[in-house]
Write a protein that binds this ligand. Structure first.
Ligand code: PAF
Length: 282
């Protein structure tokens, strides 16, 4: 496995493999890798001939009061995980290699990015789309892999790829959960044992939402209200939002649809967690 810090080195290596007719897969990450990330690498390994993973804690996507300074960092450990997952090349740039001091450009979407996470984390998605656009330009993948856990992020990236005519396919991989249902996240390691226990309400509430969706009298709105109640009724858990909305537009749904997505963001102690589930109504 090759490790490169320079965008130009990654571009050259990938280009030589593309010329040899290989299908290139890209797995962008911020490191602190867990089984969820490894599932993206496994999917890329299955579909592609050459797999590039990136490890870069992108300062642009953190707000001033967020956890950029304490975001978990474990490069040696992460590289071992990449190697074990069969990654061919890992891109580990420094911030100065990604963002020149005199850079003026950013990629900003105007619709999906304003909702839900975008409303609670202003500027977050502008940072995500800018870095992901740069990673696409550096690695020029045929396929790029993202987790369903960041549901809104993968929708936004799909929209960006379509708007900007990138000829690449976005693959969204299922959420990977701990045995007790907690969605894997690099931020789970911030949770105290008591908060770790409390955080299970997110999965329980989503599972309850799926049960409710099978009941003919329940609507997206009534399910969302019950989600809110379940979460805010748990001591030490403070929801930012709990909604049941259209899977593509994230807009409210007046009637019972065939499917919808339930999305939750909540603070558990000092840690902000997100989770989601596609709900089937019949
Ligand atoms: O999902 C993440 O880990 C990040 O938002 C991403 C896509 C790697 C961009 O920094």
């Amino acid at each position: 496995m090759q490790v490169e810090a320079l965008p130009s080195a990654v571009r050259d290596v990938v280009q030589s493999h593309r010329c040899g007719g290989k299908r290139i897969g890209l797995v962008p990450t911020m490191g602190a890798l867990h089984v969820g990330h490894v599932s993206l690498m496994d999917a890329a390994r299955r579909d592609c001939d050459f797999v590039v993973a990136t490890i870069f804690v992108n300062p642009l996507q953190f707000g001033p009061n967020e956890d950029f300074d304490r975001y978990p960092c474990s490069l040696e450990h992460d590289l071992q995980k990449c190697e074990a997952a069969g990654v061919d090349l890992v891109f580990t740039p420094e911030t100065s290699q990604m963002y020149a001091a005199d850079a003026e450009s950013e990629v900003r979407l105007t619709g999906l990015t304003r909702k839900l996470e975008g409303r609670h984390r202003p500027g977050h998605f502008d940072g995500v789309t800018t870095v992901v656009a740069k990673l696409f330009n550096i690695a020029v993948p045929d396929l790029a892999y993202f987790g369903q856990k960041d549901y809104q992020q993968q929708l936004i990236i799909r929209q960006m790829v379509s708007d900007l005519d990138w000829g690449l396919e976005i693959v969204t991989c299922p959420i990977v959960r701990e045995d007790d249902g907690l969605a894997m996240s690099s931020r789970n390691r911030y949770l105290s044992p008591a908060d770790r226990e409390r955080s299970l309400i997110l999965f329980r509430a989503l599972s309850r939402a799926q049960e409710l969706a099978q009941t003919a009298s329940e609507t997206p709105d009534s399910i969302a209200q019950q989600l809110q109640q379940l979460i805010s009724g748990t001591d030490g858990v403070d929801p930012d939002y709990a909604v049941v909305v259209d899977c593509e537009t994230l807009e409210p749904l007046p009637q019972r649809p065939e499917r919808a997505v339930a999305l939750i963001a909540a603070r558990v102690g000092k840690t902000r967690l997100i989770d989601n589930q596609i709900l089937r109504f019949r």
